[in-house]
Design a protein around this ligand. Structure first.
Ligand code: GLA
Length: 374
């Protein structure tokens, strides 16, 4: 199994040159075995929940439907453990129509592709238009709704998830083989490593859509959270949240989080709330920001290999979701997402970095959410 993992993640887990700033290090210390529980079924296929624990006070639970993170349990400044992600009581919650991607993996292409179409060379590809005539988060049945093959990896608190997306699925060309490894590190980091390969050129942009609320249910919104992003620029969008193609400086705008700022301070000056792609000007895996909840003392840093992050403040949450955990009311701004990614709509934006994966090449992305107390 170790050999399989290393070959899947060559250049990432096995030959990682390492981040340039200090981020989570794995430990070889023994950790509790991953526990597996039945979690219902989808179309006759069983779904399981995998509990990763590190023996250091942190627990992460993942289901193999959508690769969904259902729980990230961390202690607050008084030592009380709480789940810091928006979640449901059961699979029915994750399966409900309009579930806004709570905790899911997202693919084949995260965020929007304008007019649900793109060209590769002379060929045009049409996608399902599931968002105002545009494609959102991989289409009608994206990776968030797939049943992933799950394999707990020995010797570590790591879970390997694998999914093959057939040629033509949701309109995308090429058979895409995707692997994701969730690792709970010894020092309270959640590391997510993604790898994908294809047999025809196809756009790829994978991410995770967890909604954080570091108060663990004590605060009904994330407006008091303090965010910092080492992002000097962002990609402005039109009324349909499609990038205009420009990359503009954040300085002097409500988008400026280069110095830590309360999320609620400027949100009223952004139409609809924050739902944009911030641009990091850096190479490789680095720490790019942090999130702090002064009430609970929980502090999370964000490290990623990606050039961008979709910072989304749960603007479309309106309290209408069913099966919420313990009956929680998830209204507007109940949680926030930090979806590390390549830029939205890149297949139609010549000014953005290319996101077309070619046969023989390997898509990789690594993101680490690192938890502590301040
Ligand atoms: C992303 C998008 C948002 C919204 C959510 C899901 O973050 O950018 O506009 O669609 O997903 O509700």
């Amino acid at each position: 199994m170790t050999i399989v993992t290393c070959s899947l993640l060559a250049g990432s887990a096995c030959n990682n040159a390492g981040p340039k700033k200090s981020v989570a290090e794995d430990s070889t210390a023994a950790v509790p075995a991953i526990e597996v529980q039945p979690y219902g079924e989808v179309d006759g296929e069983p779904v399981s929940q995998y509990t990763l624990a590190n023996g250091k006070g942190m627990i992460v639970k993942v289901i193999n439907y959508g690769g969904i993170i259902t729980d990230i349990i961390t202690p607050d400044k008084d030592g009380n453990a709480g789940n810091v992600v928006l979640s449901y009581d059961s699979l029915a919650g994750y399966r409900q129509k309009g579930n806004p991607y709570f905790g899911t993996l997202v693919g084949r292409y995260a965020n929007r592709i304008a007019k649900a179409r793109f060209n590769i060379d002379a060929a045009e590809y049409k996608l399902a238009a599931n968002n105002n005539g545009n494609s959102l988060h991989g289409g009608l049945k994206g990776f968030d709704k797939a049943i992933w093959k799950a394999t707990p990896l020995p010797g570590d608190s790591s879970l390997l998830l694998e999914h093959t997306s057939p040629d033509g699925e949701e309109g995308y060309p090429g058979t895409l083989q995707a692997q994701v490894i969730y690792t709970l590190t010894a020092n309270n980091g959640l590391k997510i490593e993604y790898v994908a390969t294809t047999d025809k050129p196809t756009p790829v942009n994978l991410t995770n859509h967890t909604y954080f609320n570091l108060s663990a249910g004590k605060d009904s919104t994330i407006l008091n959270h303090v965010l910092q992003l080492d992002a000097p620029s962002y990609t402005p969008v039109d009324a349909q949240l499609i990038p205009t193609g420009k990359i503009e400086p954040v300085k002097g705008t409500p988008m400026d989080f280069t110095t830590a700022k309360r999320v609620g301070d400027d949100i009223g000056n952004v139409k609809g709330g924050y739902d944009h792609n911030w641009v990091f000007e850096k190479e490789g895996l680095q720490t790019v920001g942090s999130l702090y909840d002064p009430g609970s003392g929980r502090f999370m840093t964000l490290a990623t290999s990606e050039p961008g992050v979709q910072f989304y403040t749960g603007n479309f949450l309106d309290g209408s979701l069913k099966f919420t955990r313990n009956g929680a009311y998830y209204g507007k701004n109940a949680g926030l997402c930090l979806e590390t990614q390549r830029f939205p709509d890149s297949p139609n934006q010549p000014s953005f970095p290319n996101t077309i994966l070619k046969p023989g090449a390997r898509y990789t992305q690594t993101t680490i959410y690192q938890f502590s107390i301040k």
